[in-house]
Design a binder for this molecule. Structure first.
Ligand code: ADP
Length: 320
């Protein structure tokens, strides 16, 4: 059988985040309007809700000096098991250790009786997933702009021994200048010993590398992020993920068989096709390195915009 593990529940949307931290029902957090860090008497006022996922809700908050931030709130009720606590601590430990212009900055973390709070750099322009929904697909100059920043962030993570393991459009945020900010370190792993392999099956179905699913004996490492970057590039220029199909099992089968194609009706450049094909190499050891990826001709042939105008939110910008 191609699935060497119990398949996830059938009704999963393959673009959705992985399963929540525990399989028990817990009410989502409902933090007070004024959130207080008692240990340092810092206060934040809730402004609006930005989104939710797993057991977390993310709010836009404002401090006493009017500075805005995003605040990720996790209820303590969802942290009853040791496993759930360990996972949240791992996310915090990894995220707060990272400092890069294309990674959502981790500002602070504190708690009250009900919740754990993490304040993060606010990304005003939502995620690339939200933007793709409005735009349907991106131009290749835009894709190049986003890819350069994403690969820079990923290179930084990897040199700091961090594998993100859930790179996807929904976890790539945009700040007010439309710069990329990689977020959500909920599945990230730290490689503590050189050559160490990870064995946990995790990720989001559409973006998951074949070795995570089918080489569970050997495990996986940094190359899983490279695979996701290939899926992201395809998705940016085509408008939907390469292995997308009706159910998760069928997606896994297509990933196993490396079965995807470029639709005839979308004018995608031969360079981008070649690059995607190179990145989506099933054998992780044969996959190009991040350095080799940015050396690909696509990165020099397609014009590189100096910045993306915020009007790109709703319509293709004209870079000529
Ligand atoms: P989870 O780990 O539970 O999936 P995420 O960290 O992905 O949670 O956040 C859930 C949602 O909250 C995101 O999809 C996004 O809409 C919003 N969000 C998260 N972080 C930020 C941020 N820094 N700035 C703006 N919105 C954010």
């Amino acid at each position: 059988p191609y699935a060497p593990f119990a398949p996830p529940e059938k009704q999963r949307n393959p673009n959705d985040p992985p399963l929540p931290r525990q399989n028990v029902k817990v009410a989502p957090p409902s933090p007070p309007r004024v959130i207080t860090d008692k240990s340092r008497t810092v206060q934040f006022t809730r402004v609006s809700m930005l989104g939710e996922g797993g057991f977390a809700r993310v709010y836009e908050v404002m401090d006493a000096r009017g500075r805005r931030a995003a605040c990720k709130v996790v209820t303590k009720a969802s942290l009853k098991t040791k496993k759930a606590k360990t996972k949240l601590y791992a996310e915090i430990k990894i995220h707060r250790s990272l400092d890069h212009p294309n990674i959502v900055r981790f500002q602070d973390c504190f708690e009250d009786d009900e919740n754990v709070y993490m304040t993060l750099e606010l990304c005003h322009n939502g995620s690339l997933m939200d933007m793709l929904r409005r735009r349907r697909r991106f131009t290749e100059p835009e894709a190049r702009f986003f890819m350069v920043q994403l690969i820079g962030a990923c290179q930084y993570m990897h040199t700091h021994q961090v594998i993100h393991r859930d790179l996807k459009l929904g976890n790539i945020f945009l700040d007010k200048h439309m710069n990329v900010k990689v977020g959500d370190f909920g599945l990230a792993a730290l490689i503590e010993n050189p050559g160490e392999r990870k064995k946990t099956i995790c990720g989001t179905p559409n973006y998951i590398a074949p070795e995570v699913l089918f080489d569970t004996a050997n495990g996986h490492s940094f190359e899983v992020d490279t695979w996701s970057i290939g899926v992201i590039l395809y998705t940016l220029v085509v408008g939907r993920p390469p292995f997308q199909t009706k159910d998760v099992k069928a997606i896994y089968k297509r990933i196993r068989d490396n079965e995807y194609e470029f639709p005839e009706d979308r004018a995608v450049s031969p360079h981008v096709k070649d690059l995607v094909q190179q990145i989506l190499t099933p054998n992780p050891a044969a996959r190009p390195t991040l350095y080799e990826i940015v050396e690909h001709p696509w990165f020099s042939v397609v014009p590189m915009p100096g910045y993306i105008p915020s009007t790109a939110h709703d319509g293709a910008p004209n870079f000529s």
